[in-house]
Design a protein around this ligand. Structure first.
Ligand code: SAH
Ligand code: SF4
Length: 352
């Protein structure tokens, strides 16, 4: 699709066009990638963050958050559970910290996870912007995928969503370093942000395409009261239905444009609708990231409001997810890394 076609399809308010778009994207997903959905156990390792993004609940200046970093034992317990339950891979996600101590912690976690799973568990990192040296170190230790959302492909909008010392250029440069270190590269954006236009979102999809991205995690923006962004744009109001619709349309259009990448159906969709995650899969996504870490930390990792924080055990989370996936006819790719076809074609981050 051209930019104009993308914009037209984003604009189209007709429910029957929306339904047709979902069906088309789901068909393209199944034709290219089959019925499988891959799992990544999501471990929210730390909510300490040196950044101050205007939208995020764990930004540095939110003094109401109780800060934590998981112990080795907690990370390894979550990883062992993920491996024993044959999820195939896991994601270590957290706030952005680049102290030598944190870099060492993560390196030790990667080593430990490789050891405890005999190298079977795939490891994705989502720990923000780091130096090439750090990315190389983590890659060489055994991680093979990295997620760093660009948040928006518009430098102007990026400037409105972040303080002066956060830079769009630096973020793009970090994505390039991630690729240079050898990782499969994941990025993504938020949809339905204050100040964001449909043209911006069409450009986001073209940005993924131009950067030759392997995997995409994107979700609707959801306000958090202890952050500045919700009050910065007087013309913006939170409409959960609009956010969900935009989220699903963007997944579907991205799938049509990039048939072989991995696309995650993210937690933000679930926060907006109890069946949001399944609807994301039906819109062409092929990855889900169930939380596997300790339930006790979940209420401290609130990036936005309404994030599902029940303290369910990973076992309960798994049973519920299996029931829901079976209901839409999806097949879980147990025990597989589930690298994107796009990354495999590119030969990136392949370790076996
Ligand atoms: N600190 C790392 C990873 C953790 S944040 C990083 O920023 O890359 C992970 C993602 O959460 C961010 O990329 C952002 O897109 C998303 N996020 C943050 N606040 C959000 C909000 N209010 N609504 C929806 N998504 C949000
Ligand atoms: Fe920190 Fe990531 Fe939140 Fe920004 S989005 S404040 S970098 S955790």
């Amino acid at each position: 699709m051209t930019r104009n076609e993308l914009i037209e399809r984003l604009k189209d308010p007709n429910p029957s066009s929306m339904k047709a778009l979902m069906e088309e994207a789901y068909r393209v997903k199944r034709e290219n990638l089959g019925p499988k959905v891959f799992l990544r156990g999501l471990v929210e390792v730390s909510n300490l963050c040196s950044k101050n993004c205007y939208y995020c609940g764990i930004r540095r200046e939110n003094g109401k958050v109780h800060r934590y970093r998981m112990s080795d034992e907690e990370v390894f317990r979550a990883a062992r559970w993920t491996w024993e339950n044959r999820y195939g891979s896991l994601v270590l996600q957290g706030g952005e910290v680049s102290s030598p101590e944190f870099v060492r912690d993560v390196t030790r976690w990667i080593e430990g996870i490789v050891r405890l799973s005999g190298g079977e568990l795939g490891i994705t990192l989502s720990l923000g912007e780091q130096s090439l040296e750090t990315y190389r170190r983590w890659y060489d230790t055994g991680a093979h995928r990295y997620l760093l959302r660009i948040e928006t492909s518009s430098p102007e909008l990026y400037g409105k969503l972040h303080p002066q010392d956060h830079s769009f250029k630096d973020r793009v440069a970090a994505l390039e370093r991630i690729r240079e270190a050898g990782f499969q590269v994941g990025t993504g954006v938020m949809m339905g942000l204050p100040f964001q236009s449909l043209e911006n979102m069409a450009d986001d999809i073209l940005f993924f395409q131009n950067l030759d991205i392997d995997m995409i995690g994107m979700g609707p923006y959801i306000p958090h009261q202890e952050t500045p962004l919700p009050n910065m744009d007087a013309s913006w109001t939170f409409d959960p239905v609009r956010q969900l619709t935009l989220g699903l349309k963007m997944i579907a259009l991205t799938r049509l444009q990039l048939p072989t990448v991995n696309i995650a159906s993210t937690t933000a969709l679930e926060a907006l609708h109890p069946e949001g995650r399944e609807r994301g899969l039906l819109a062409g996504a092929n990855v889900i990231m169930p939380q596997v870490g300790e339930g006790v930390y979940r209420k401290e990792y609130l990036l936005y409001e309404g994030k599902p924080v029940n303290e369910k055990s990973p076992q309960e989370v798994r049973e519920e997810m299996e029931r829901r996936l079976a209901s839409i006819g999806a097949v879980i790719g147990y025990g597989e890394w589930g690298d994107s076809l796009h990354a495999r074609n590119r030969g990136a981050g392949a370790r076996r």
